[in-house]
Design a protein around this ligand. Structure first.
Ligand code: SF4
Length: 175
């Protein structure tokens, strides 16, 4: 899981919409009560790389009173992976946060810095930076909340896969 480029500062701004759905704050996010467990690539997402976790994921709910429940495919598509799940019956009435999003802020041979931001009612309510030691293939600064940490791992996994694929694409020969 090593980055191909050395000391590349990466500015990945999430897209403003997903599959034609616009978000009030212009940023895609995931539900903070979602615990992803395996990739979910059934073709229903038109642009899976644009999803908040870098791709679609199956998993289970950790909302109070619903721990371990498995959301339906419909819920995974429209709520768990996309956050702001106001219509989700499992969502707490007064959640500590509505959404979480990630972005790689620095990517080098030695380490990857991953910024995260929590929001409630589209207002920031927490943020920080997690650190992954690319040389030793381990997190040196993980998040204390295992759900946020797991989502960070999902995001980084998809991000690194895309970057490594892009780095191995050979340029076409000119005639
Ligand atoms: S079922 Fe609802 S509360 Fe639970 S993770 Fe999915 S969107 Fe969040």
């Amino acid at each position: 899981m090593r980055p191909e480029n050395s000391c590349v500062k990466v500015g990945l701004r999430p897209p403003d919409d997903y599959n034609g759905v616009s978000f009030a704050n212009g940023v895609l996010v995931a539900c903070p009560y979602f615990m992803p467990s395996e990739k979910f690539a059934d073709g229903a997402w038109i642009h899976p790389a644009r999803l908040p976790l870098g791709g679609g994921w199956r998993g289970y709910c950790t909302a109070p009173g619903h721990e371990g429940e498995l959301p339906s495919d419909e819920e995974l598509h429209h709520a768990c992976n996309l956050g702001y799940a106001a219509k989700c019956p499992r969502r707490p009435v007064d959640p500590s946060s509505d959404s979480v999003r990630f972005v790689v802020t620095r990517n080098s041979e030695q380490r990857v810095l991953l910024g995260y931001a929590l929001e409630k009612d589209h207002v920031p309510c927490g943020h920080g930076t997690l650190e992954f030691d690319a040389a030793e293939d381990r997190w040196t600064t993980p998040h204390a909340d295992e759900r946020i940490q797991k989502m960070a791992e999902c995001y980084l996994s998809s991000y690194m896969l895309r970057r490594n694929c892009a780095a191995t694409v050979e340029p076409l020969e000119q005639p």
